[in-house]
Design a protein around this ligand. Structure first.
Ligand SMILES: Cc1cc2nc3c(=O)[nH]c(=O)nc-3n(C[C@H](O)[C@H](O)[C@H](O)COP(=O)(O)OP(=O)(O)OC[C@H]3O[C@@H](n4cnc5c(N)ncnc54)[C@H](O)[C@@H]3O)c2cc1C
Length: 651
């Protein structure tokens, strides 16, 4: 095998790129973070010491004492992320259906369960270390001026490293998707699938007919909150936004964050959908296994299996019924193109024989946010700070009851949807989401701080020092609201770099290339500034920090020009890349899959993951992706229920 491929896991970077920025990039002083890095990122420990904490990880042995998988399954699913985990679980509810679920990453472990640690895992082996192609004028404050696009590489996929925020999007988002010709995807129809998985434990909303308490996926309020979230909600009310379930289809508003946790412990898609099904004889899960190609019969244009690499050996496995790509919005289009399905001209230029000319990767939307609007407070004990959290007492408390500050999903406490004056949308669709943090990106600093949050975003130390040093060095109390651009006009795309399946593809964000995107974020900034001026925040003496970015010197603070420069300096993705395998009717020139998620022109091949979402939705994408997989499972079952039964035995 080694002769076949040049394995480049982190192909854009030198092998030890974590340390590239010198000492500034080494992780740190805190014993718990030290433990995490040793556990989750063997790259951090001295060479040859191996993955010494492997025994702490979950395991997915093949059932029935099998040593290797079968040669053939009914379904082969590529990627055990938010979508793949749900799909594998639902398809194997029928004992006669066999599924092989292949995942490149490792199973999760107890440290990934700690919600406050969410940002810490972006620099570990639980994340693909993807970088967006260089784009002048964005991410100017990031290392090498590159935007970092980590994605989950684990059994559970991105749901193992995400912030656990539960959002569904507005009804109009989905109704527009349906109105574009995607039958079955109206809000009324998708609501049933949101509800199907949901086990909502949200005090006060028990009787809400849009929520369900009987599904598998727990959704709860965070048990511990700072006073800052109360101020955020109060200020929201002053501005006319009721405090509500922000997922309510009936109105826009602000609310406490709803997290996919159980008693303050992360519940990844794997934990929820695969753990209990591990013993199913008909579900085989292969972690640490890398799919390199989908096998497609060139004559019949039918997918019949996949090629994968495990323990450095190449194998093939056959799919009797379907191959399902759930490798996420970057790897799914990459695998399609490597397998001959993609834009003809591009595949020709790569020397890949074209089986089907399709606009794979021609579209890519993302949600970016601005994390640099930070308010200094005149308090010392109000905001969340690493130095107060990663201590023995809160850790023991979390282990016992799950209700210490460790249960906060990366510090996120509340969400507010607003429609700025820039919006010309006739419907009640917000253009900005405000994410209220019980601190800021500086909550990991101060003497002895890990600096893991800012490093997870790849912000240069020099930028933090110059812009925020005065509050960072003394670990001052802060409040911030991330300003998330919900419906960017600008969109990017994805292409192969070469034919090597171990190479990362070329990812183009094309951020902020439309001026409306910039002015909308600035309108969000002005909104938050006005909120911070209200009494609920002035109680804490909230004062906007005058960040002097090295990239924005000589621009007067607080001018629109200054904020544009600041946004272009700290351009942070919220990791919601979508539309790379866009769903659409057959008259949609950018559609890759049909409304039943079947790849156009190739039989027995579907894409089921966040990459099929055809246009931006007012939501983070984990719950929508699980919903998509729930719906896909029913569509797949319906397809095969109408066919002849399968008499082939498992042996
Ligand atoms: C850091 C971060 C924070 C986020 N925070 C939130 C949040 O708070 N709330 C929210 O709703 N959304 C959040 N998101 C987004 C959300 O988690 C994702 O949109 C969602 O998980 C995508 O699901 P998916 O199934 O499409 O892909 P993934 O969950 O990424 O799964 C794809 C899987 O395929 C595997 N894979 C890829 N290539 C191969 C291959 N060649 N062979 C085998 N396996 C392969 C990957 O390792 C991965 O496990 C966040 C994402 C990230 C990265």
């Amino acid at each position: 095998f080694e002769e076949d491929y040049d394995i480049e896991y982190y192909d854009d970077l030198p092998e030890n790129h974590y340390h590239k920025e010198g000492r500034s990039f080494s992780y740190p002083q805190s014993p718990i973070i030290d433990l995490i890095m040793k556990t989750a990122a063997p790259n951090y420990v001295p060479k040859n010491s191996g993955d010494i904490f492997d025994f702490l990880r979950d395991s997915y042995p093949l059932p029935g004492g099998l040593h290797s998988p079968y040669h053939e399954y009914d379904f082969v699913i590529i990627g055990a992320g938010s979508a793949g985990s749900v799909l594998a679980s639902r398809l194997t509810e029928d004992k006669n259906t066999t599924v092989l679920l292949i995942e490149a990453g490792k199973p999760e472990m107890i440290l990934t369960d700690i919600p406050i640690m969410a940002p810490y895992f972006q620099s570990t082996e639980y994340a693909w270390q993807y970088y967006m192609e260089p784009q002048p004028g964005v991410c100017k404050g990031m290392i090498n001026g590159r935007c970092f696009w980590p994605r989950g590489k684990a059994v559970g996929g991105s749901s193992v490293i995400n912030y656990m925020i539960y959002t569904r999007g507005r009804p109009q988002d989905w109704d527009r998707i349906a109105a574009a010709g995607n039958y079955g995807w109206s809000y009324r129809e998708v609501l049933e699938y949101y509800k199907k998985s949901e086990n909502a434990r949200l005090n006060g909303y028990e009787k809400d007919p849009t929520r369900n308490r009987n599904g598998e996926n727990p959704v709860e309020f965070v048990p511990i909150r700072t006073k800052l979230i109360k101020a955020f909600l109060e200020a929201g009310r002053i501005f006319g936004h009721p405090t509500i379930d922000y997922n309510s289809p009936h109105q826009l508003g602000f609310g406490y964050v709803q997290a996919i946790t159980t008693k303050g412990h992360r519940q990844s898609a794997a934990k929820v959908f695969l753990h209990r099904q591990k013993k199913r004889q008909n579900l085989h899960i292969l972690p640490d296994t890398y799919v390199t190609k989908i096998l497609i019969d060139a004559r019949t244009k039918t997918a019949y299996g996949v090629e994968y690499v495990r323990n450095r050996l190449k194998h093939t496995v056959l799919a009797r019924k379907e191959v399902i790509l759930s490798a996420g919005p970057i790897a799914s289009p990459q695998l399609l193109m490597l397998s001959g399905v993609g834009p003809k001209k591009h595949l020709n230029s790569m020397g890949i024989p074209v089986l089907k000319d399709l606009p794979v990767g021609k579209m890519l939307y993302d949600h970016i946010c601005f994390p640099g609007l930070i308010f200094e407070l005149n308090t010392t004990d109000v905001s969340l700070h690493e130095s107060k959290m990663l201590r023995v007492r809160p850790i023991l408390q979390w282990l016992k009851n799950g209700d210490s500050t460790l249960s906060s999903p990366g510090g996120v406490e509340g969400i507010g949807y607003i429609k700025t004056p820039i919006s010309n949308d006739p419907d009640p669709i917000p253009d900005i989401e405000l994410i209220s943090i019980g601190g800021s990106i500086l909550s990991d600093g101060g003497p002895g701080g890990s600096r893991a949050i800012r490093r997870g975003m790849r912000i240069r130390d020099a930028v933090i020092d110059e812009a925020f040093g005065s509050i960072d060095r003394v670990a001052r109390d802060t409040w911030s609201a991330f300003i998330l651009l919900l419906h960017p006009v600008s969109f990017g795309g994805i292409e192969l770099k070469n034919k090597n399946p171990f190479s990362h593809p070329r990812m183009y964000g094309n951020y902020l290339t439309h001026s409306k995107d910039v002015v909308t974020i600035i309108a969000g900034i002005r909104y938050v500034q006005a909120m911070a001026a209200t009494f609920p925040f002035q109680k804490f003496g909230a004062k906007v920090h005058k960040a002097s970015y090295p990239t924005c010197r000589h621009i007067p603070f607080d001018s629109d020009e200054y904020w544009e420069c600041a946004i272009r300096t700290l351009t942070a993705t919220l990791h919601h890349q979508i539309a790379t395998c866009r769903m659409g009717p057959n008259n949609d020139p950018l559609a890759v899959v049909d409304p039943e998620l079947r790849v156009y022109g190739i039989e027995k091949l579907r894409v089921v993951d966040s990459g099929v979402i055809p246009r931006t939705i007012s939501a983070h994408t984990h719950a929508p992706t699980m919903m998509i997989a729930e719906k896909a499972a029913d569509m797949i079952k319906a397809t095969w229920a109408s066919m002849l039964p399968n008499y082939i035995s498992y042996s």
